[in-house]
Design a protein around this ligand. Structure first.
Ligand code: UD1
Length: 343
């Protein structure tokens, strides 16, 4: 059985990926510093998978602890690296936190892995944010990478570059950088999902929290964009499809004969949905009324961002399967579950 280390495995995408790995026969060990997650997520994963998952609370910024952890887990053959901070606005206010959390941790992890001196298949959690304002839509992996719009975006660009350079220098690493578009939704069981701390910045958790009454009103950030209804277009992908892309990515790397392999893949659906379409979809699919108003644009928002996914379709043989309807219903079920639990 192949053993995979998942860093940040108790986070939103990490936890769903752990479930997908387990159901595809992988043994998983999770490390997470619990800075933006909680142990209740581990309970959720274990209830879904009906298995006990190895977990260690570890801050990858500590090189010594990271090295000793990797040494004692030298039977791992793959790593999926999610552990990172991800709030764009916070990264502008506190860039050093982002460079520390996202870059130092990656360097420490790679330093420790390199010492194992064995073949490691590595998947890096990247983001469509690396494209900034795209020149051509849908966005292909050939889109030019411009100066990052935020320190968070920059950490994803730098992370990709570090891995690219490492792969050139060491035949022990084969790497995929997966550039996620907009993950939404939750596991069907409603036992795991997105757990935003404080006021959600992302659209879907804001929708579900408004629908359940935690927030008074949702603001649509601008309806004067050059799109069919004036609101921004995004490529919303069900988190389960996204999680599955990691399993497919690992399987792909496992059978790769060549070494020194590095590549980037867009992970999205290829479909563009506007903010208003998503809101209308939520109301239609759940039957719940939503209080919303049109407000000003949010600074830094890109008008249109959706993926060309043929590279992942053709090379990884991966394709998203689930619909926005399924994603929104699962997000709503998850919101109801966590709201009840907190009562
Ligand atoms: C954001 C981040 C991106 C990150 C991604 C992770 C910014 C500028 N970008 O992307 O770097 O990788 O999250 O999921 O923060 N919207 C509203 N009202 C709201 C919230 C959002 O109208 O209360 C709109 C936004 O203007 C946008 C769309 O909904 O058009 C999606 O927003 P969001 O979920 O925050 O994702 P992104 O901005 O695409």
């Amino acid at each position: 059985m192949s053993k995979i280390l998942v860093t940040g495995g108790l986070g939103y995408i990490g936890s769903h990926t752990v479930v997908e790995l387990c159901s595809n026969g992988y043994e998983v060990v999770i490390v997470d510093d619990l800075s933006n997650s909680s142990l209740r997520v581990l309970d959720g994963i274990e209830s879904i998978t009906k298995s006990s998952i190895k977990f260690l609370e570890l801050d990858l910024k500590n090189l010594e602890l990271t090295e000793s952890f990797i040494k004692s887990n030298n039977d791992i053959d793959g790593v999926i690296h999610f552990a990172a901070s991800k709030a764009v606005g916070e990264s502008v206010d506190d860039p050093l936190k982002y460079y520390n959390n996202n870059i130092i941790s990656l360097l420490n992890l790679l330093t420790a892995l390199k010492k194992l001196d064995k073949k490691i298949n590595f998947i890096f959690s990247s983001s469509a944010t690396v494209y900034g304002k795209p020149d051509i839509l849908p966005i292909t992996e050939l889109e030019s990478i411009k100066i990052a719009e935020s320190p968070y975006g920059n950490t994803k660009q730098i992370g990709e570059e570090i891995l690219f350079d490492l792969v050139k220098s060491s035949s022990n690493f084969n790497v995929l950088s997966l550039r996620y578009f907009n993950p939404i939704g939750a596991h069907d069981s409603a036992l795991i999902g997105e757990l935003p701390i404080g006021t959600p910045q992302n659209l879907v958790p804001f929708i579900t929290q408004t629908a359940i009454g935690k927030r008074d009103i949702l603001t649509v950030f601008g309806n004067d964009y050059n799109t069919h209804d004036g609101t921004c277009l995004r490529d919303y992908i069900h988190v389960i499809d996204l999680a599955n892309a990691h399993v497919v990515g690992l399987n792909f790397l496992k059978i790769k004969k060549e070494s020194n392999y590095y590549d980037t893949f867009n992970i999205g659906t290829g479909k563009a949905t506007s903010v208003l379409e998503l809101i209308e979809g939520f109301v239609k699919f759940t039957g719940i009324k939503l209080n919303y108003k049109i407000g000003n644009r949010r600074s830094g928002d890109v008008e249109k961002c959706y993926a060309e996914v043929s590279k992942a379709n053709n090379q990884l043989k991966w394709k998203s399967k689930l619909t926005i309807k399924e994603a929104l219903i699962s997000a709503w079920n998850w919101e109801k579950y966590i709201s009840n639990e907190k009562l």
